[in-house]
Design a protein around this ligand. Structure first.
Ligand code: KG4
Ligand code: ZN
Length: 344
């Protein structure tokens, strides 16, 4: 099928999201978030997220179809996030997608959440989809992926061994008494700070860590160092702390991603996930990629966080590559990495 019309459903965490694409053209991207219902608990409550998905699903699908100006019977294939994610939340999405697939007699693809974060890059139709290193950095993930082919060959080279990058931003923001979510708040405060003011540690970059953790991340030592610095330095300039912390994160993320590109002979780097919105990460990535002769691919900020368009994008690539569908009845998997790109 040359330009399939694909509807993608994403419910792995607290966003009920539906995207519609035709080939690599984005037609609709509707998101309903339950984030406010979780705020007073200080984190996502799985049961609340699942219920919110159930309540929002029908209206999000209807809105997406209206935005794309298509009807359900026009859809050629359905895609849905099958893992990783919160199991109850995933099941709402996979059940909805299975129902649609059965009722309309159209193929269903259960796809991987991590690879769809990267696949959203394909929705820039001018983008050449050459093999790339993917740096996936959000509140839930920090991974370096080797993306030989978006639809069929994605491998995890490394991941965080403790907090995700976004989680680190959120925790440091709390120490600095900034608002949630912490990433944008630190980004803003850091603009007026000196990033060289404090030399915070770069986790897992020492020679003796590299044997075992070449492309892995650790942010817990950095968090401890910032916390200790704030306790020991009453006169600390908060903007300098924010800028120096941000610099340490950006430095480690880009050093490891670019060294992976070099080691594997890849000429492109894709940065995705909520932290890809960080202004320092974006400017420093541009600078370092230029020096290294690497082509930088960063999806628009609005498509970096969880959404349905990324699921539809990956599904569309799979349909175009001739992959056989999952069919209904596959089991969602909360803890999968990238062992599976497509569920069977
Ligand atoms: O991808 P995302 O919306 O949600 C998932 O984790 O799935 O990522 C949210 C994370 C939060 O931790 C937030 O603080 C971080 O992305 N973030 C940022 C920025 N904007 C959002 N971190 C650093 N700088 C930013 N400008
Ligand atoms: Zn995500």
């Amino acid at each position: 099928m040359s330009e399939p019309l694909v509807l993608g459903i994403e419910t792995s965490c607290d966003e009920t999201a539906v995207g519609i694409v035709r080939g690599r053209t984005l037609l609709a991207n509707i998101i309903s978030s339950s984030v406010e219902q979780h705020a007073r608990f200080g984190g996502v409550v799985p049961e609340i997220a699942s219920r919110a998905h159930l309540e929002a699903m029908q209206s999000v699908i209807t809105q997406a179809l209206a935005e794309a100006k298509v009807s359900l019977k026009d859809i050629d294939a359905f895609g849905v996030t099958a893992g990783p994610g919160l199991i109850g939340a995933l099941l709402v999405g996979t059940s909805a997608a299975s129902g649609l697939s059965l009722a309309l007699d159209k193929p269903l693809y259960g796809v991987n959440h991590l690879s769809s974060h990267i696949a959203v890059d394909a929705l820039d139709e001018k983008q050449i989809l050459d093999p790339a290193i993917g740096l996936l950095v959000s509140g839930g993930h920090s991974s370096i992926l080797k993306v030989a082919d978006l639809a069929s060959d994605v491998e995890v080279l490394g991941a965080t061994i403790d907090d995700a990058a976004g989680e680190a931003f959120d925790k440091i923001a709390r120490l600095l008494e900034l608002d949630f979510p912490g990433g944008p708040a630190i980004d803003r405060l850091a603009q007026s700070g000196n990033s060289d003011a404090i030399d915070f540690p770069r986790g897992l970059t020492h020679a003796n860590d590299l044997d075992e953790h070449l492309y892995d991340f650790s942010f817990s030592g950095l968090k401890t160092a910032v916390s200790r610095y704030l306790k020991q330095t009453p006169e600390a300039v908060r903007a300098d702390v924010a800028a120096s912390f941000q610099e340490a994160v950006v430095d480690v993320l880009l050093s490891k991603a670019l060294s992976a590109a070099k080691a594997h002979g890849y000429e492109s780097l894709i940065i995705a996930g909520g932290v890809a919105a960080n202004s320092r990460l974006r400017s420093e990535a541009t600078r370092r990629c230029e020096i290294a002769g690497i082509r930088l691919r960063t999806p628009p900020i609005g498509l970096c966080t969880d959404n349905g368009a990324m699921v539809a994008a990956l599904t569309s690539l799979m349909v175009q590559a001739g992959a056989s569908p999952s069919g209904v009845g596959f089991a969602a998997d909360s803890s999968s990495g990238l062992e599976r790109l497509l569920w069977r």
